[in-house]
Design a binder for this molecule. Structure first.
Ligand SMILES: *[C@@H]1O[C@H](CO)[C@@H](O)[C@H](O)[C@H]1NC(C)=O
Length: 442
């Protein structure tokens, strides 16, 4: 008996080592790689060789991002010096030789191809959908680009209009606004949303018809704050996509919400917040709408959103809180109100520093409920300055989300993105601690 067990264990170990086991182990781990990180300063600079310790865990690598030409609606590289001249497209797909199971996709959009403002913002992403000819131009050019560089497929991180952010008003104007809303309804972001939803389904079908012959993959990423119920029809998309990734985060950002901070990527609904601003709601929308669970991927961010705390923010740190807007950029990620995971972990007080009175470090609050996410903060000093609050994912909360994905029978999870995880292993000895945490709970 013992002997049989050992033999079975050995077979299992061999099978998982050679990557041949299906079922339980075939959860997808989709890794996003935003190539803009090449231009970050100092230790933030990320080049393709840094990917290697991650690729043993990733089943799919999504290279971001290509864009769309406004004049002819063809897909085109957004960073030719890097993508083409420095041959990043080639180098990224060459990784498949070393990691034969890895599928590498090119993604278009991803909030990296932003044009225009107000109602004109990213207009080309809607105009393209509106005519058969422009869709065809896009489909053919995408097929060519993907094939020429040896990608396994295309991901559509389509830049649809975002929801209006929540406004903070004082009591009187809030009362007026309630009356106004009763009369005119919520302000409409996109009057042709219903058509755009149908046309997007058509684009996906047309792409798949061309891709199918070459066995190319087609996936969809739902960008943060793009309303799924407005733009995506899960049942109609299902037959033509390999999977959809929900970027279920950035429900609050310092840019969109400069006056009130809150949890940025809650798994479940919180009291007194919009019912649909959490991952679980989004998952239920897509499953209820007809997408098979194994085609749904839950996206997890590797960065935190950081605001300034001031004297009006109170002393508890518990969100929501009044704030003065975006915290200063981190030294490596170099973007106001955003901190990479290594930038956050280096700011959090160690047990020794806590004993010594924090010494200017941040106080971390874990999430024992496993529902809302972690945060860390430092109250302002006696001049009302240097206060900061950051909401983020740590290995525990990432693990919780991976466990959620598994419990719901989803297709897997996505890490968005690798360049903001601790790719140098500065927090602990491990490189990519968030990616690893996801892997070990899937
Ligand atoms: C998303 O759209 C639905 C209507 O289709 C609306 O009820 C909901 O409030 C929207 N969500 C957000 C966060 O704006």
């Amino acid at each position: 008996m013992e002997c049989v067990k050992i033999v079975l264990l050995a077979i299992f170990a061999l099978a998982s080592f050679t990557g041949k086991t299906e079922s339980a182990t075939d959860s997808k781990l989709v890794c996003y790689y935003d190539s803009r990180a090449y231009n970050r300063p100092g230790n933030g600079k990320f080049d393709i060789p840094f990917l290697e310790p991650a690729l043993q865990f990733c089943t799919h690598l999504i290279y971001g991002y290509a864009g769309i030409r406004e004049d002819n609606f063809k897909i085109s590289p957004l960073n030719e010096p890097l993508d083409i001249n420095k041959q990043n497209y080639r180098h990224i797909t060459d990784l498949k030789r070393k990691y034969p199971g890895l599928r590498v996709l090119l993604s278009v959009g991803g909030n990296n191809d932003v044009t225009g403002e107000g109602s004109e913002k990213n207009l080309k992403y809607r105009t393209l959908l509106e005519s058969v000819e422009s869709r065809l131009a896009f489909v053919n050019s995408a097929h060519d680009l993907v094939k020429n560089y040896g990608f396994d497929g295309l991901d559509l991180s389509w830049e649809f209009p975002e929801n209006k952010p929540k406004k903070i008003r004082n009591a009187v104007s809030s009362w007026f606004s309630k009356i106004k809303h009763k009369i005119v309804g919520e302000s409409v972001v996109d009057e042709k949303a219903e058509e755009h939803k149908e046309q997007f389904t058509a684009l996906v079908r047309e792409l798949k018809n061309v891709f199918r012959h070459d066995g190319l993959l087609l996936t969809v990423s739902v960008l943060p704050n793009v309303n799924s119920s407005v733009y995506f029809d899960p049942r109609q998309l299902a037959p033509n996509i390999d999977f959809a990734t929900l970027e279920a985060f950035d429900y609050r950002t310092p840019q969109r919400n400069p006056k009130e901070l809150d949890y940025v990527a809650p798994l479940y609904e919180l009291l007194d917040r919009k019912v649909d601003e959490n991952a679980d709601y989004q998952v239920r929308y897509w499953l209820g709408g007809g997408l098979p669970a194994n085609k749904l991927i839950l996206g997890i961010p590797t960065y935190g959103r950081a605001w300034k705390l001031n004297d009006d923010s109170g002393l508890t740190g518990v969100p929501p809180l009044l704030t003065d807007g975006a915290a200063d950029p981190g030294p490596y990620s170099n973007e106001a109100g955003l901190l990479s995971y290594p930038e956050i972990c280096s700011k959090i007080a160690t047990p020794k520093e806590i004993q010594a009175g924090y010494l200017g470090k941040l106080r971390k609050t874990n999430d024992p409920t496993k529902r809302y996410g972690s945060y860390a903060y430092r109250l302002p000093d006696s001049n009302g300055e240097n206060g900061i609050w950051v909401g983020f994912e740590d290995p525990d909360t990432v693990g919780n989300k991976a466990a959620y994905s598994k419990a719901k029978g989803l297709g897997g999870i996505a890490i968005v993105d690798l360049t903001l995880d601790d790719f140098r292993g500065t927090c602990s000895q491990d490189h990519f601690p968030l990616l690893r945490a996801a892997k070990f709970r899937l």
